[in-house]
Design a protein. Structure first.
Length: 146
């Protein structure tokens, strides 16, 4: 069939109403763990996590309603770099920086192993409901380059 007659699929991504970043869908379990009942009522499902560290929005919906990171009970990474990268086990940016300074990966490796274990509760603890592995690896590689 000629590709000129094939319709491309419509984009299903939602974008942050403040910064325009593509959102990451989050489930009800994550929202229940991170938000108050009143905050959850202010969003429709499905809701999205804004992954941009520079944007103050943490969650938003298709109707451009949002919750600010500053309105959460505790700071979360990547919105606040002082918050643990690994919300389940508490690995911090300082821990990663110490590994880089020492030329090792002791703390990072231990956290990544725990993150892959059944003890990890990413759906409840992480603001995006996902494992911290990608954040930790990216941060480690960025620091090694510096």
């Amino acid at each position: 069939m000629n590709k000129a007659f094939v319709r491309e699929p419509d984009s299903t991504a939602d974008y942050c109403p403040r910064c325009g970043s593509e959102g990451e869908a989050v489930g009800a379990v994550t929202l229940a763990a991170q938000l108050t009942e009143a905050q959850r009522r202010g969003l429709s499902e499905p809701a999205n996590f804004c992954p941009s560290p520079r944007c103050e929005v943490i969650y938003f919906d298709k109707f451009e309603r949002f919750v600010l990171a500053a309105d959460l009970a505790k700071p979360v990474y990547p919105k606040d770099p002082s918050a643990p990268i690994c919300a389940c086990f508490g690995l911090s940016c300082e821990d990663v920086e110490r590994d880089v300074a020492e030329g090792g990966v002791t703390r990072v490796r231990a956290a990544l192993e725990k993150a892959k274990s059944p003890e990890a509760r990413c759906v409840e603890c992480a603001p995006n409901g996902r494992s911290c592995v990608a954040f930790v690896q990216r941060y480690y590689m960025e620091r090694r380059k510096q």
